[in-house]
Write a new protein. Structure first.
Length: 201
């Protein structure tokens, strides 16, 4: 996969798919295909999960304390495409309390390739807004910093089982009109595209 060094990484959190087509899903991890079934909690004995690699490193960092030097541990802020959202209530678990299972659907296009200078990607990204966070600092409309980058839609990159299909290999070609895309901090999004294919020059 091709990643932009300017902090554009990771994927699209539309939904999860646990079993590949043709495979039988574990009873605790059903696929995204309807009809949806309620999952069950799997009880694990104490000590059954032994973190290794990246997860162990992250736990060690947090055990050493983050206060006052957070930027030493995570110096890069990751950005994602701002995607419109439509919430659908799937199941209500309480008559009066807001305990609800929600599905979140995109209302705006998300399948873009970026027009980026591979040698100097930072020159392809502009700061559109920079200031103090709004009343909802981790909401998509109140991000303190908004970036802009040029891109084109990739019609062949579509949803599969309510999740983004495989990332097209870069470079990709597109005859769609150029558009200005807004990127907001990863934590301000619920639906997110954070890894993009790069357009051919």
């Amino acid at each position: 996969m091709h990643r932009l060094k300017a902090g554009i990484i990771a994927g699209l959190a539309l939904a999860f798919q646990a079993a590949a087509p043709g495979q039988q899903a574990n009873q605790h991890y059903p696929t995204n295909r309807p009809p949806l079934r309620q999952t069950k909690f799997v009880a694990l004995p104490l000590g059954a999960v032994k973190p290794q690699g990246w997860l162990r490193d992250q736990l060690t960092i947090q055990a050493n304390g983050l206060t006052g030097h957070l930027d030493e541990f995570w110096p890069s802020l990751v950005y994602s495409l701002a995607i419109g959202e439509r919430f659908e209530a799937i199941k209500r678990h309480h008559a009066t309390l807001p305990v609800i299972d929600w599905a979140v659907h995109p209302t705006t296009p998300w399948n873009y390739g970026l027009a980026v200078d591979r040698e100097h990607p930072e020159k392809s990204i502009q700061v559109a807004r920079q200031g103090r966070p709004g009343k909802e600092p981790f909401g998509p409309n109140d991000a303190a910093v908004v970036l802009q980058v040029q891109g084109r839609a990739i019609p062949g990159w579509t949803l599969i089982d309510n999740s983004a299909g495989p990332l097209p290999a870069s470079p990709v070609t597109s005859n769609e009109p150029p558009v200005t895309l807004e990127l907001i901090p990863y934590g301000c999004t619920r639906l997110r595209i954070t890894e993009f294919p790069v357009l051919a020059r």
